[in-house]
Design a protein around this ligand. Structure first.
Ligand SMILES: Cc1ncc(COP(=O)(O)O)c(C=O)c1O
Length: 302
């Protein structure tokens, strides 16, 4: 689609053709980083992952990412086969092998591993997990505020596939994204089961109304680390912030809207379902939050 942008768009970087990838304890050239067609992740989306960002030699909020990874692995009854220190070391080793010091993004993935037969039952995954880290040079480059479209795909209840799981199987979010793209937007705005505005298919979602920052209650969406940091920063900086239910009427009428995620920090929203939000450009509160977040990263990664 013409003029389509994604919320995970980065500057072209030729070095990414020559990156090395962590694969089950080895660090190998990209071309050799392949997994079996019997892998539980490939076959069934049976795995969990984290996305982390490197700033000035430090992986931001590593502890929170490790907490979420191990919590998700426990929830799906997957033994990562490494403790926290070993996962941390794998990330640092991959960073060193790629000679990366800043502006890198890591996708750490753990699946239930190679299956003995091509069927669903987890007991068929007998050879231990597959652990991989794709680490790329990455400077976010999102050329304009993004356009959202609401879609029929809902954020599910926790007892179906808990939307808090960073699972490999993301089909619900992918279908939402496809629907948004077919509607001429860049990303999907997803509602909860009651019709309240919840989150986008790949990021958390905030609006700003009369100087106050609103986001969903946190039910039905990813417990985003950036989301929580933004809430904490607002609280510490006397910016009113509410985790609450709100509707599309509140959202179309907002002065500003933005997304949050590890990849892009805060990404401004220009329009939703063809309604311009505010001026259609990044608003003042969003700018302030971006500055506060940058300062937080500078302290975290000093
Ligand atoms: C569906 C979804 N929402 C939001 C996020 C943002 O979370 P974080 O701020 O921890 O990167 C992610 C990232 O993994 C995600 O997959």
């Amino acid at each position: 689609m013409q003029d389509h942008v994604t919320t995970h768009q980065a500057e072209e970087d030729a070095r990414n053709e020559a990156i090395k990838i962590y694969l089950n304890g080895r660090i190998v050239p990209k071309a050799e980083a392949v997994v079996s067609v019997y892998d539980s992740g490939f076959m069934l989306g049976d795995g969990v992952w984290e996305g982390l960002r490197l700033y000035d030699g430090t992986w931001a909020f590593m502890d929170e990412h490790l907490d979420r990874l191990f919590e998700a692995a426990k929830a799906i009854d997957l033994d990562i086969g490494l403790d926290r220190a070993a996962v941390r070391q794998a990330i640092v080793d991959t960073q060193a092998a790629n000679d990366m010091t800043t502006d890198a993004h890591a996708r750490l993935m753990v699946t239930r591993g190679v299956k003995t037969r091509p069927f669903q039952h987890p007991s068929l995954s007998r050879s231990g997990p597959t652990v991989t880290i794709i680490m790329e040079h990455s400077r976010p480059s999102i050329p304009r505020p993004i356009r959202l479209a609401t879609v029929p795909h809902l954020r599910g209840l926790p007892m179906t596939q808990d939307p808090k799981l960073n699972s490999h199987s993301k089909l619900n979010c992918i279908l939402a994204c496809i629907a948004a793209e077919k509607a001429g937007a860049d990303e999907a705005l997803m509602l909860d089961l009651h019709g309240f505005v919840n989150t986008t298919n790949a990021c958390n979602f905030f609006i700003v109304r009369k100087g106050a920052v609103w986001t969903s209650t946190g039910d039905y969406c990813m417990n985003g680390i950036t989301r929580q940091k933004v809430i904490d920063l607002c609280r510490a900086s006397d910016i009113p912030v509410f985790e609450r239910n709100y509707s599309l009427v509140d959202t179309y009428g907002a002065d500003e809207a933005f997304l949050t995620g590890t990849f892009g920090a805060q990404t401004p929203v220009a329009s939703i379902d063809g309604r311009q939000i505010g001026t259609g450009e990044m608003g003042e509160v969003t700018k302030r939050i971006r500055t506060l977040y940058k300062d937080l990263i500078a302290r975290e990664c000093a």
